[in-house]
Design a protein around this ligand. Structure first.
Ligand code: PMP
Length: 352
């Protein structure tokens, strides 16, 4: 038996995750992974690196709880939001038996984490108005342990409808958890559903420092839920998931000064996004600009448009979604620095 044959059957069929620098080609303007164009300045104290860190660094937990308007017992910090997603699946889904529900087109890691953990995926596609199909989801609640919604949705940018979510949460009581992924919520904070945590123990919210905080490089994310759910996740999470240097940087990012910088970055990105959206809407090869709620714009170009290749030739790496069902001719553009957006605009204007 080969070593590959020794591995779990599902694992044999998987391909390794490709990093943002490896998908999309060669370039110097990276707008394919919804990263920020800057991270800010941080100081590091390396005196305690001989010691294991706290499992849940208290200052990071306290500061995030204060920022999110929650109690520290409602917050878990992990290696990116991605680890929070996987942890929920590993904690609540029995391999080979249980299922999660996703609403494609949406963020890919829900299905990837389910597959790597032997958990089934039930798909209930977004409706024509790109909302979760709440009636169809409620009808399938008995079959699934976790429902993943993404708001703003990656890649379409749409926000989950509050009334629909409330209906789902009421139907899910005692049956399933509803996970709302708010990785991009800082770009439209008035649309957060985190206040509903006070009312619904079945609600879980995923957050991250990778987007508006500009810290994709440190891999730091948060799961927000009732203390009982957080307590269960703490039984499953790997020991010492947050390296001490990560905790130091996260605590600084969540200080008053750090939050101010984050909000300035958000204002700037939202401004650049509005300018780019306006320009795109005038462009003869653009059919549609999707909802502008995150730090990216999903754009549907005219059929046969070679905009992805043209950008690529200019060294600008975007994310092509054309092969995803429902997203023919769609490209996602991350909003970077003003200089990076000027580079995008140059290509748009030159080659019409
Ligand atoms: N959720 C969504 C919708 C995302 O787009 C991302 C990052 N691409 C994440 C979660 C995970 O972010 P991270 O692991 O970097 O915290």
């Amino acid at each position: 038996m080969s070593l590959t044959q020794l591995a779990r059957t599902r694992v044999q069929q998987l391909t390794p995750y490709q990093s943002a620098r490896r998908i999309g080609g060669q370039g110097h303007v990276w707008l394919n992974a919804n990263e920020a164009a800057d991270s800010g300045q941080f100081s590091l104290n390396c005196e305690r690196l001989n010691r294991y860190p706290e499992c849940q660094p208290p200052q990071v937990i306290e500061r995030y709880a204060a920022y999110a308007g929650l109690a520290p017992e409602q917050v878990l910090v992990s290696r990116g939001g991605d680890e929070g997603i996987e942890l929920l699946i590993r904690t609540f889904c029995e391999p080979g038996r249980d299922s999660i529900l996703i609403c494609p087109p949406t963020y890919g890691m829900y299905a990837i984490s389910a597959e790597t953990n032997g958990v089934n995926v039930v798909e209930v596609p977004l409706t024509d108005s790109r909302q979760p199909d709440f009636d169809a989801i409620i009808a399938r609640l008995g079959e699934v342990k976790l429902v993943f919604l993404c708001s703003p949705n990656n890649p379409t940018g749409d926000l989950v409808d509050r009334a629909g979510l409330l209906r789902l949460l009421n139907a899910a009581k005692g049956r399933a958890l509803v996970v709302v992924d708010e990785a991009y919520i800082e770009f439209c904070p008035e649309h957060s559903q985190a206040d509903l945590l006070a009312e619904f123990d079945e609600l879980v919210i995923i957050r991250t420092l990778s987007k508006a905080f500009g810290l994709a490089g440190i891999r730091c994310g948060f799961t927000l839920a009732c203390p009982e759910v957080i307590g269960l996740l703490l039984k499953v999470i790997a020991p010492y998931p947050v390296p001490d240097p990560v905790a130091q940087i996260a605590a600084q990012a969540l200080s008053e000064e750090g939050l101010l910088l984050m909000r300035q970055r958000v204002d700037e990105i939202n401004q650049l996004k509005a300018e780019l959206a306006e320009e795109l809407l005038q462009h003869p090869q653009v059919n549609e600009v999707f909802a502008p709620n995150g730090n990216y714009l999903l754009v549907r170009f005219t059929p046969g448009s070679d905009m992805f290749a043209r950008m690529s030739r200019a060294g600008i790496i975007l994310r092509d979604f054309a092969s995803r069902p429902g997203l023919a001719d769609c490209i996602r553009i991350t909003i970077g620095s003003r200089a990076e957006m000027d580079a995008v605009r140059d290509v748009l204007q030159k080659e019409q």
